[in-house]
Design a protein around this ligand. Structure first.
Ligand SMILES: Cc1cc2nc3c(=O)[nH]c(=O)nc-3n(C[C@H](O)[C@H](O)[C@H](O)COP(=O)(O)O)c2cc1C
Length: 306
């Protein structure tokens, strides 16, 4: 049996499969459900300063098996309410990472400080949601802004800070470098890829918000390319996310340089039981290939690429 426990900087996870932010409900119960199903760690929905209803329906469009287009609009209960959900998840022993979104460095620092007080092991900064006015990509596309935000948060919290960067840019690695310069402990890549679907009968976009973010199998090559490029430019660990639905997908991410991975859309299509299948599958595949641990496979594809 290969050793699946991984370290991401000072963070330790029992296996590399983390529940990605926002995809499997917001409640403490859904975090507990993912943990009980075998996730190596769970990341909360991105939480903001105030409760937010999100966009009107429809907010999600399923593209057969290859993807999901969503524009939820970051619905969340706000930082005053949310700590009780994290407490519920922690009571069950879950390793919880708190995700936050904000409009500027000062708001990020304040929110990160609040969420860090709940006992999360790390804070992930949503610098990358592609469809929320004033947030996400709008504050996370310029390396200068990313560095300033990360630095402010690092000064405000004691736990490791993970910067989640966008693929909707010509140089995602430059954003990762900026995060590293700001003091981030790790970088996660990617959030959803900006997309659009049109309802030709109604002559209008399918989603009420118009533009949305694409996730699921369709974006795996985009995520892999970002992780690959980031791994070559930073020294901090990289967490891969985007389109993982099988153990083989996850192993591709590890070989491209990810120390851990986040899984999202597959949980909505295959159910929470997917975590145990991913764990089993990765174990089997690492054994077949002769790797004693998941960590031993990290980045191995780079040496072979020239
Ligand atoms: C319905 C939905 C809601 C999401 N909400 C968030 C969020 O609140 N914060 C965040 O950082 N990412 C959010 N994401 C992005 C995911 O965490 C992940 O980065 C993305 O979906 C790619 O991974 P996947 O292909 O495994 O789903 C959301 C994605 C979906 C589909």
């Amino acid at each position: 049996m290969a050793d699946l426990a991984v370290r991401v900087g000072s963070l330790a996870f029992r296996n590399p499969f983390l529940l990605a932010s926002g995809v499997w409900g917001e409640s403490g119960d859904s975090l507990v459900g993912a943990w009980a199903a075998g996730a190596g760690g769970v990341i909360t929905k991105s939480i903001g300063s105030l409760p937010r209803a999100g966009y009107p329906n429809p907010t999600v469009e399923q593209y057969s098996t290859w993807g999901l287009l969503n524009a939820m609009g970051l619905p969340n209960p706000g930082i005053d309410e949310y700590p009780r959900e994290i407490a519920a998840a922690r009571e069950h022993g879950a390793t919880v990472i708190g995700s936050v979104f904000a409009g500027d460095a000062e708001e990020f620092a304040r929110l990160a400080h609040r969420i860090a007080e709940t006992g999360v092991v790390a804070v992930e900064l949503n610098l990358s949601c592609p469809h929320a006015e004033g947030y996400g990509t709008e504050v996370g596309s310029d390396p200068k802004d990313v560095e300033e935000i990360v630095r402010a948060v690092v000064q405000a919290v004691r736990v490791p800070v993970i910067a989640k960067v966008t693929p909707n840019t010509s140089d995602a690695a430059a954003l990762a470098v900026a995060a590293e310069n700001g003091g981030a402990a790790a970088v996660s890549a990617i959030n959803t890829v900006r997309g659009l679907a049109i309802d030709t009968t109604l002559h209008r976009p399918v989603l009420a918000h118009g533009l949305g973010g694409l996730s699921g199998p369709a974006i795996k090559p985009v995520g892999l390319a970002c992780v690959w490029q980031i791994y070559e430019r930073v020294r901090i660990p990289v967490i891969g996310v985007g389109g993982i639905s099988t153990a083989e997908d996850a192993l591709e991410y590890l070989m491209a340089g990810a120390r851990a991975v986040e899984v999202g859309t597959v949980v909505t299509t295959q159910g929470i039981g997917v975590f145990s299948r991913l764990v089993e599958g990765l174990n089997r595949r690492l054994d077949e290939l002769g790797y004693a641990s998941a960590s031993a496979a990290v980045g191995v594809a780079h040496g072979a690429s020239t």
